[in-house]
Ligand binder design. Sequence first.
Ligand SMILES: *[C@@H]1O[C@H](CO)[C@@H](O)[C@H](O)[C@H]1NC(C)=O
Ligand SMILES: *[C@@H]1O[C@H](CO)[C@@H](O)[C@H](O)[C@H]1NC(C)=O
Ligand SMILES: *[C@@H]1O[C@H](CO)[C@@H](O)[C@H](O)[C@H]1NC(C)=O
Ligand SMILES: *[C@@H]1O[C@H](CO)[C@@H](O)[C@H](O)[C@H]1NC(C)=O
Ligand SMILES: *[C@@H]1O[C@H](CO)[C@@H](O)[C@H](O)[C@H]1NC(C)=O
Length: 540
Amino acid sequence: MAGIRRCMLFSFLLFYVTECNSRLKKYNARPAVLATSGSPWPLPRNMTTTQVQYQVDADNFKFMLNTGTPSCDIIVKAFARYKVIAFGPRSETLKFRPNFRRRPNKENTVNQLTVRYVQPCDQYLSLESDESYTLVVTGNTASLTANEVWGALRGLETFSQLILPQGSGMYVINNTVIHDAPRFKHRGVLLDGSRHFLSVLKLKENLEAMAQNKFNVFHWHIVDDQAFPYDSIKFPNMSKLGAYDSNHIYSQADIKDVIEFARLRGIRVVPEFDSPGHTQSWGSSISNLLTKCYKNGSLDGSYGPVNPAEESSYNFLKSFFGEVADVFPDHYIHLGGDEVDFSCWESNPEIMKFMQSMGFGKDYAKLEEFYMQKLLNIISGYRKGYLIWQEVIDNGAKVAADTVVEVWKGGYIDELAKVTSLGYKTLLSSCWYLDYISYGSDWRNYYGCDPQNFNGTSAQKALVIGGETCLWGEYVDDTNVISRLWPRASAIAERLWSDESVNSVSAAEGRMEEHRCRMVRRGFDAQPMNGPGFCPVEFP
Ligand SMILES: *[C@@H]1O[C@H](CO)[C@@H](O)[C@H](O)[C@H]1NC(C)=O
Ligand SMILES: *[C@@H]1O[C@H](CO)[C@@H](O)[C@H](O)[C@H]1NC(C)=O
Ligand SMILES: *[C@@H]1O[C@H](CO)[C@@H](O)[C@H](O)[C@H]1NC(C)=O
Ligand SMILES: *[C@@H]1O[C@H](CO)[C@@H](O)[C@H](O)[C@H]1NC(C)=O
Ligand SMILES: *[C@@H]1O[C@H](CO)[C@@H](O)[C@H](O)[C@H]1NC(C)=O
């Protein structure tokens, strides 16, 4: 109805005639799911909107820092970014904008967002950061308040989602009051730079999409068996011999670039250097690091996991992880520890001898624990925390108190109960492996998986600090990473941000439809999620 009214109002202008005719025509096709209009994703904790609607003056709109609020590059750059995110790139806007525009009625116009927060800016987001904020849009004043700059970033995203393009350079926003804070502190996306290289450009595009979905951790699974694209300062041969080729390497400058891009958006970069398994690509440059495998009593030319019986292995790890601890500013490093294949260790007489001398018998899980313990001690020596895959705990390693255990296997409901009963901070990713694809609207399954849905005390539940969605790279590269991840990952974004009670798929699907089209409008190749439908073309 609103569209038709506007058309009649403007029909004296030649410019509108074509558009109005098409708007007045009655089409019979209907999408499978009707999109909402002006609903943010993920849903804020407490949001009240009224039917009162204000115009937003895109041309003169200002983001203002309240006097007394400590400025920093994070907020200054966010203001510039959100002007474009909310109102579209300026050149595009001009292309479609008619010469005659209705002058905004000053009474009824929002032309400024005043932002205030209390604490001086941190340089980097951390697990302890406060992302809460309050957003109030009433009359011609809109204000955003937070404790920390990180809350201001989250509030800017929500504000930008409330602004609705009406076509012809017009925007509106409803009277709104929001009190918001995330349910979980760790809301991650894992991308795999080893199975297929992902360019810095695509990583940044993904980080931008993450920020717009309020994800706050980029788990960078940067190396694995297949390739070692990390360009080490101390061990340059690791990428020279371990990458696919010289064009598929992350230089130190690339890594700084990614970390800085993420920092400005309140996203932590947690690198993963997985060992002792998943290290085939390390072996081509670091001699004697990997276990030599035997068959029928003689060397067969293949290699297994890192050799845990050699002191030289630990000397290398100490040196290498010292570099990693310097290069990546986040407190946490992901150390992997998953899927260790024992068969090569079992075949090797040197390892057998070592097992005997240590009194491990034939229990190779003990050997793995021995290795992880030494590695964990090295990392603690650098005053870093670590994340590990669940096997490290399953094998009984003693880990530091601030360790984060990532539950990724089947049977995760029992595993969550077990890991939290041991007192460790825990992340869930088992139900969010987006590299598994299937026909249909699979976001509904991801949406239904809750990381606190296990039998445990409230103290155990409180140890669940969030989760991660994993997009492993066997069948993913620059060509499809965005469309495969988005907006499927958005389902998980809402599960990790919004209140536990926000769990109805039927209540979410219309907002998901709107969110997907909003991502498309903002330039992401986000795939359709709800069956047949369309995104309306909204002229900026
Ligand atoms: C939501 O916010 C309103 C004030 O805007 C407050 O009265 C209400 O108690 C809040 N509800 C919850 C569940 O926090
Ligand atoms: C915003 O206001 C419009 C116009 O009054 C109304 O139709 C719409 O339902 C409101 N939207 C929300 C989310 O309250
Ligand atoms: C790096 O690899 C090259 C070629 O295999 C070799 O000649 C050189 O000694 C290696 N450098 C180091 C530091 O291992
Ligand atoms: C191992 O040796 C036995 C007997 O010497 C032989 O039958 C078998 O084929 C060998 N296996 C492999 C994998 O080489
Ligand atoms: C929790 O325990 C109850 C009683 O043993 C059981 O019925 C229920 O299925 C369990 N829930 C989960 C999520 O494991």
